[in-house]
Design a protein around this ligand. Structure first.
Ligand code: B16
Ligand code: MG
Length: 216
């Protein structure tokens, strides 16, 4: 079995569940605009950038052509302010099952670790849950311009770590993220179900089941 030299982690849905806070903050914005935003609608926002998420939300409310670019910036800022209030209360109890153990085992083996997240808030989240020290590099919405399935967030991670793409394994809960990994020959480790993640090279229900010794 091939051994990998670097591990690149998505944040939301792999290490922590921030989707629930994104949902609460987007729902409040939808309510102010006068429409319902359901948990099912929120599924469409996972892994999607902040501004692209706003476009989807406005489409759900039938309001996609109602606002200027400036008004949209204002709405995204309003949502983010609420979201930041929620995530500022996060602590280590919100780390998903198996995540800390996986990071520790990778560290012990000398594997390089980078974050590959769309979120501009990832540094605050990692700090609040106490995971910052496990990352050699943080690549997130502050340093990349192209969203998954574009592989930029992972190629930048590999380059910063000095590891060839084919020696990197990507941990992702989104289809777009797995497609991004595969497009540059990285191992695409899906965290979730085969139904949602048909393209995963290997699949685990959570990081609790992931076998570090098999791949690193
Ligand atoms: P922010 P990931 C993504 O995180 C979230 O899944 C997505 O819902 C969110 O819109 C995006 O980050 C941007 O987040 O507004 O904090 O910059 O899955 O790529 O870790
Ligand atoms: Mg995710």
């Amino acid at each position: 079995m091939k051994k990998y030299k670097a591990a690149l982690f998505d944040l939301d849905g792999v290490l922590v569940d921030t989707a629930k806070y994104h949902y609460l903050a987007w729902k409040e914005l939808a309510q102010r605009l006068g429409f319902e935003f359901t948990e099912q609608d929120n599924e469409r926002l996972k892994g999607v950038s902040r501004m692209a998420s706003l476009e989807i939300l406005l489409e759900v409310g039938g309001m996609q052509n109602h606002f200027s670019a400036e008004e949209k910036e204002q709405m995204a800022a309003e949502k983010n302010a609420r979201y930041v209030e929620y995530i500022s209360k996060m602590d280590a109890s919100e780390i998903l099952d198996g995540a800390l153990d996986t990071l520790k085992k990778l560290r012990e083996r000398g594997v390089k670790i980078a974050l590959g997240s769309a979120s501009k808030n990832s540094p605050i989240i990692l700090k609040n849950v106490g995971l910052t020290e496990y990352f050699d590099e943080i690549v997130d919405g502050n340093s990349v311009s192209k969203a998954k399935p574009d592989p930029e967030v992972f190629t930048q991670g590999a380059e910063r770590l000095g590891v060839a793409y084919e020696d990197c394994a990507v941990f992702e809960d989104s289809l777009a993220g797995l497609q991004a990994a595969k497009s540059v020959n990285m191992l695409a480790v899906g965290i979730g179900t085969r139904e949602n993640l048909p393209v995963a090279d290997v699949l685990y229900p959570s990081l609790k089941e992931f076998e570090v010794e098999k791949f690193f």
